[in-house]
Design a protein around this ligand. Structure first.
Ligand code: F6R
Length: 243
């Protein structure tokens, strides 16, 4: 696992975009794993700029989202499908319908999880997976305590995660869903490259565990230590508890 500390969120976005640009140059029909939340937003801005400038194209790219809330109706602004449509898909030349997510509106959620895993397997899993990290160490929505070999499943969001994400729901923790569908840790680890972005001091403890802790279900992101091509991009605040 490679750790790079960069001064600003913009510098991090550029570094992550360089990696994606290199991938799309050699493999225009790459499979890209996308994350939601605030961490990748500067990256999506940078990818949008590079696409507009003709430096890269998503025309042949297939995307797979990491996760989706259960319980939000279609079109809800905080649904991750909406988030990805607004912040990436519609801003670049990615074909409508080419960015997939788990069907968290399905009646049978277990079947929806199995279907999503099957769809990802059929696509050969991701060439590159973009990740953020929760302050409790989750990646995707794999919350602490879950097995390291999990596949796409329904997970229960921790109180900490719901508190962290209340900012997207008008500050109201009760408006934050309690459940989600997420790629499992083993699903995420299938990606040929992982690029994790963490900014701000709220991520410092999770980053310290990710980089310096033992691999443990208590800090799910630590499983990334076992990946051959994992890049961790952090700002000085997120790096502040590293020894
Ligand atoms: C989002 C996701 C989560 C977030 C994490 C950090 O699809 O899977 O793991 O990356 O909760 O969220 P932000 O970036 O909002 O701090």
């Amino acid at each position: 696992m490679e750790l790079v500390i960069l001064d600003t969120a913009e510098a991090i976005a550029e570094r992550a975009a360089d990696k994606i640009e290199a991938l799309l140059t050699t493999k225009p029909d790459a499979v890209l794993g996308t994350a939601t939340g605030s961490s990748p937003l500067p990256l999506y801005d940078e990818l949008t700029r590079r696409c507009a400038a003709g430096r890269l194209s998503f025309a042949q790219v297939t995307g797979f989202m990491l996760d989706e809330y259960v319980g939000l109706p279609a079109g809800h602004p905080e649904r991750y499908a909406t988030f990805m449509e607004v912040n990436l898909r519609s801003r670049v030349d990615m074909r409508p319908g080419s960015l997939h997510g788990p069907d968290a509106l399905a009646e049978d959620l277990q079947a929806a999880c199995a279907q999503y895993e099957e769809d990802m397997a059929a696509a050969g899993y991701c060439d590159l997976q973009i990740l953020g990290i929760g302050s409790d160490g989750h990646i995707g929505f794999n919350e602490p305590g879950g097995p390291l070999d999990s596949r796409t499943h329904v997970d229960v969001l921790t109180e900490q995660t719901r508190r962290d994400n209340a900012r997207f729901f008008g500050g109201d923790i009760d408006a934050v869903p309690t459940h989600c569908i997420t790629q499992g840790l083993a699903t995420i680890m299938e990606a040929r490259s992982l690029v994790l972005i963490a900014t701000g001091e709220g991520k410092a403890k999770a980053v310290a565990q990710l980089v310096e802790g033992e691999v443990s279900t208590d800090w799910p992101a630590t499983v990334m230590q076992r990946h051959d091509d994992a890049l961790v991009l952090v700002d000085p605040a997120a790096a502040s508890l590293l020894t």
